[in-house]
Design a protein around this ligand. Structure first.
Ligand SMILES: Nc1nc2c([nH]c(=O)n2[C@H]2C[C@H](O)[C@@H](COP(=O)(O)OP(=O)(O)OP(=O)(O)O)O2)c(=O)[nH]1
Length: 133
């Protein structure tokens, strides 16, 4: 059986109900595709802890576990791993998201989410999110 890769992802929702998507930078696996901010869980990290850390590292915003609400997950075979990725919604943070790692960022209306180019694991999550918002 393939080894599990645990990744936590977050849909940040602004006051107008738009979702922040980030473009995977050149040089990374699946470069150019639009994804939810987040990343791999560190050793002994909960998904919430990993997200609070990743949102700070990638977007320079501060949030906390109590502001993260799980809405679904992806379970998808990747090249070397099987990806298990919970998706959280977050509406409360401090600071303004900036692309710390040079990644492109875009605030997207829920109705436009599913027409973006995304990793395969994200497609059902994007549809779920659109229906929820
Ligand atoms: N963050 C994120 N990763 C996703 C999404 N969809 C998806 O298939 N993935 C995959 C891509 C990668 O194989 C893995 C996340 O790895 P990553 O490289 O972005 O994570 P990281 O920042 O912790 O990685 P690293 O560069 O420090 O190794 O999950 C998504 O919506 N958000």
């Amino acid at each position: 059986m393939a080894k599990l890769l645990l990744v936590a992802a977050c849909a940040l929702i602004d006051r107008d109900g738009r979702v922040l998507m980030a473009r995977r930078p050149a040089g990374k696996e699946m470069a150019g595709l639009w994804e939810f901010p987040g990343g791999k869980l560190g050793e002994n990290e909960t998904p919430e802890e990993a997200l609070v850390r990743e949102l700070k590292e990638e977007l320079a915003i501060d949030t906390e576990a109590s502001c993260l609400a799980p809405i679904g997950f992806a379970s998808e075979a990747l090249k070397e791993f099987h990806l298990l990725m919970p998706l959280f919604v977050c509406r409360k943070w401090s600071g303004m998201p900036v692309p710390v790692e040079g990644q492109e960022l875009k605030w997207v209306k829920p109705s436009a989410l599913t027409s973006m180019e995304m990793p395969p694991a994200d497609r059902p999550l994007a549809a779920q999110l659109r229906d929820l918002l």
